[in-house]
Design a protein around this ligand. Sequence first.
Ligand SMILES: *Cc1c(COP(=O)(O)O)cnc(C)c1O
Length: 383
Amino acid sequence: MTATTRVPLLDLQAQHAAIRDEVLAAVERVFASQRFILGPEVEELERRMAEHCGVAHAVGVSSGTDALLVALMAEGIGPGDEVITTPYSFFATAGVVERVGARPVFVDVEPATLNLDPSRLAAAVSERTRAIMPVHLYGQMAEMGPILDIARRHGLPVIEDAAQAIGAEEGGRRAGSFGRYGAFSFFPSKNLGAAGDAGMVVTDDAELAARLRVLRVHGAEPKYYHRLVGGNFRLDALQAAVLNVKLRHLDDWTAGRRANAATYRRLFRDAGLVVAPGDDRPDGVVLPTERPGVRHVYNQFVVRTRRRDELRAHLQENGVGCEVYYPVPFHLQECFAHLGYSRGDFPAAECAATHTLALPIYPELSEEQMARVVDGCRAFFAR
Ligand SMILES: *Cc1c(COP(=O)(O)O)cnc(C)c1O
């Protein structure tokens, strides 16, 4: 295996090489100003994120986790309350519910998209339900129509976990603009990544935006006067400056991810490795499903196979980066044992946790590298 044929799961060096001068100039501007907390860079990013999402307000925060957390706090959700969400996502989605003292209530995912299954949602609503929190997993939007219908019928707010879905659309509308809140993460591996941790909450409601801004600074309004208890959820000016540069490139990067997904589909098909969803054949992969009418932004390109762990080992041994997102669904996590769930409660999530594998999909990936990935799969299934 030579160095040129290695394919990493993510190559942030390649992205940085293309924008290095712009990024460093932006960082230099912040150092020249010596304004490191909030300020004009953060305000500019908020304006542009609101515009990008098609919403009225955006509030920069310290991470995607804090974006979700501060939305729950703005709703006053706490002990005795329930929040309905998926059992299959990054930990933060359920972790924030527990952190405000509320109870996460899980609803299984749709087997095809691995997003919250709206047909199971109504049955999970109780007197204690205070919010519904769908996740747009891997960059594809959850089915917002029926989710919003059920939320409306019960008078519940929807908090979209759009951490993996910046720029994703359903029916031409952007992720984050459907619910009362949309939460975004700029963790470096997200489609728009900072040089560290950063996040954003978007909302159309001016009053809620104002409350989020107050909660972001310990609930102070004015300074040193506290009606609410918030936290330090502020976004750094340095992160905002980097993100202001990178946001200009996001549409191109998203187009690159989508083109790469199309290339993978062709390469896998040409290699005879595509297994239909529901087909139990062990000699190929199920490709990610794109729901009609959605724009998938491919934060991850996730395939499925019954022989997932063996395929992962084979690819890694052959210099192809890949990863399991996520090996343990929430209801089987040790820290959630007190919720009283058990194995078998959410079969689609459990199946996803044992069968899914994320392959490299970053925009700078070349067709030659993708061919390497598919060839690695071909060699594995031919063994
Ligand atoms: C990344 C991520 C988060 C958390 O974002 P951080 O910025 O890492 O705190 C939350 N939910 C999902 C689905 C994520 O992928």
